[in-house]
Design a protein. Structure first.
Length: 279
């Protein structure tokens, strides 16, 4: 018989361990950082990313669970006797540039699924590591912010909406024309630099929408926030309004429009000219 695992409890222990392990490194950010090569997701690895990832792996191993790790840093690694029973997808630190530069907005993101696909995620956690705010979700049980149930905003007009847009790309000439219609009708545009957390802001009504149509975000960054959005009853689809059905892998890219409600979703879909859909 398969062992019953309390994944939510384990994910909370993972984030507690991360907070503990990164504390000393946060004090040393002004010192020269070692060159640790390039991570599986394609970005240079920082010591702090690795410390956060080790904290997750060590906590999972202490609980003697078998799992396949899908991480932005180490890539795909198998642990235990039956690693295909559980897939743990993580971006140990989302918003590393913010962290390194002292901008107080970065998070850890961990999702657990039965297969390496986004739609089999059943437990998720995103923690704002600066403000100690933890978002969690379990399939069918709603989404929570520090144990309080969350719901998205009821904003239905673009004029009132606060909308996050990730414009972080060298291919801006290609992306910008797709967003002009939307931007010229929107008063409050933001990009805070940690997409997992920005999606949680849509889930709890802090903002009204967040979109990333660049086609360069990795699924490892937003896997956990996907379930939090869903369980909060916010909306997330491809830029064409289709179901987001992507593989979980540090190499897999994703593009999406996430909104607080159906009405604002419809308006945004009609204004954004979609980039070609991700396979
Ligand atoms: C980054 C953040 C950022 C987004 C980048 C991501 P990272 O994650 O989510 O907001 O614009 O594309 O790579 O690299 O700090 O884990
Ligand atoms: Ca990262």
């Amino acid at each position: 018989m398969k062992k019953q695992i309390n994944w939510l409890d384990i994910l909370i222990r993972c984030k507690n361990n991360i907070q503990e392990q990164i504390k000393p490194l946060l004090k040393k950010l002004d010192q020269p950082q070692p060159n640790l090569g390039i991570g599986a997701g394609g970005d240079p690895i920082k010591q702090i990313d690795l410390a956060a990832e080790s904290a997750i792996i060590n906590t999972l191993r202490e609980h003697e669970v078998s799992f396949t790790l899908i991480s932005e840093e180490s890539g795909i690694k198998k642990y235990g006797q039956t690693p295909n029973d559980n897939f743990v997808t993580t971006d140990p630190i989302d918003g590393t540039t913010n962290l390194v530069r002292g901008i107080p907005f970065y998070a850890t993101s961990i999702a657990v699924s039965t297969k390496p696909t986004i739609n089999t995620i059943h437990t998720a956690l995103v923690t704002d590591l600066v403000h100690g705010i933890t978002y969690t979700a379990q399939k069918g049980k709603g989404a929570y912010r520090n144990n309080q149930k969350i719901t998205p905003s009821k904003t239905e007009s673009l004029e009132d909406a606060v909308i996050g847009i990730d414009l972080n790309t060298y291919k801006i000439q290609k992306i910008a024309p797709k967003l002009t219609n939307l931007i010229q009708r929107t008063k409050h545009i933001r990009h805070l630099g940690a997409n997992a957390l920005e999606l949680c802001y849509v889930a709890d009504g802090t903002t009204d929408a967040f979109l990333d149509i660049r086609g360069k975000l990795r699924t490892t960054d937003m896997a956990a926030a996907w379930l939090i959005i869903k369980e909060a009853s916010a909306k997330i689809t491809t830029p064409k309004g289709k179901l987001l059905n992507v593989k979980l892998s540090p190499k897999q890219k994703v593009a999406f429009i996430a909104t607080a409600n159906q009405k604002i979703h419809k308006i945004m879909l009609s204004l954004v000219k979609p980039e070609k859909e991700m396979k």
